[in-house]
Design a protein around this ligand. Structure first.
Ligand code: AMP
Length: 302
């Protein structure tokens, strides 16, 4: 079982072609939904009194929501962002923490023995708190986002020190490491202690850092990009879910499986961005996913 902790949100997303207001989003939402194609997922998070019941019901069908708390007198975390014409560069307009501020995350007893933990974009101090509550985690992976690097950089680094893997996008890696060169950023992130680092470069794929090895992996060429929100989170969820579902005994030393899981992460990112919000992650099937995965592997065989 995979436990995912992070934001469950209402997002307003503006592209040059369409605007959608207060749709279901959140880093943990995307990651959990993507992972749920491969593994049972238990979510830890918090929503407010404005989170529509219809969204809750959709999540309930796919995830264990015992750890999702509803706050009766605060609003759900809200994120408003705009994308440029290339649907690649994003500007954050508004971040309202609402229920996330001062949230004291609790781990339901049913989750405590969970061996796999994914910490999606969230307050790094809360993430550190959550890590300490798990008994024997075998794999802890985290992400972060500009907001936390700008506001709590020391805590972000402390959090990374406690993980086995980091999945982060290129802009965030540069900001966190204060360096424009991604290879140097990857090495610096590894020096904080994790076994591997994945730097996501949007449509250009990823850089995978593992000990002294650096592997560049190109992205899947997708024609139908609608809303890039959640690509990174869905990548991480797909990566974690596939890794857990196909694990050998020594999961962290299986570099081939880690690489394959990165490919599956990329494929889950492509599904997330084909429709607004989380819509496509509800519509798509495992068969669609596996077909695209096979095609991608064929494209990459040199
Ligand atoms: P991504 O596009 O994968 O980088 O992640 C976008 C998701 O992260 C959106 O659905 C947002 O609701 C969520 N998000 C944005 N900013 C934050 C933040 N500061 N803390 C937690 N979640 C966030």
């Amino acid at each position: 079982m995979l436990t995912v902790f992070g934001s469950v949100a209402l997002d307003t997303t503006r592209t040059p072609f369409e605007i959608r207001e207060r749709i279901m989003g959140g880093a943990a939402t995307y990651a959990s939904l993507a992972a749920s194609f491969f593994s049972p997922v238990s979510l830890i998070g918090v929503i407010g009194n404005d989170f529509p019941n219809s969204y809750y019901k959709l999540l309930e069908k796919r995830l264990n929501l015992e750890g999702l708390v509803r706050h009766s007198n605060k609003k759900t975390f809200f994120y408003d962002s705009s994308f440029d014409y290339d649907l690649s560069h994003r500007t954050t307009n508004i971040t309202e923490l609402n229920v996330l501020e001062d949230f004291e995350p609790a781990v339901p007893t049913g989750y405590i023995n969970s061996k796999y933990l994914y910490l999606a974009n969230n307050d790094p101090d809360q993430n550190i708190q959550i890590i300490s509550k798990f008994k024997h985690p075998e794999l802890i992976v985290c992400d972060t986002i500009e907001f936390w690097i700008e506001n709590k950089k020391t805590s972000v680094i402390k959090m990374i020190e406690k993980t086995h893997g980091v999945v982060i996008n290129d802009q965030e890696a540069r900001l966190l490491c204060n360096n424009s060169n991604l290879v140097k950023c990857g090495r610096e992130l590894l020096s904080y202690g994790p076994k591997f680092v994945v730097i996501k470069k949007g449509e250009h794929g990823v850089l995978f850092f593992y000990d002294d090895t650096i592997i560049p992996i190109p992205g899947y060429p997708l024609e139908s990009v609608v809303d890039p929100t959640g690509a990174g989170d869905s990548f991480a969820g797909g990566f974690m879910g596939y890794l857990i579902a196909n694990k050998s005994k020594d999961l962290l030393n299986d570099i081939q499986l880690l690489k394959e899981s990165i490919l599956m992460g990329s494929i889950m990112g492509t599904f997330a961005i084909e429709a607004f919000g989380t819509d496509k992650l509800f519509e798509t099937t495992k068969l669609d996913i596996m077909n695209r995965f096979e095609l991608y592997k064929k494209m990459l065989s040199v």
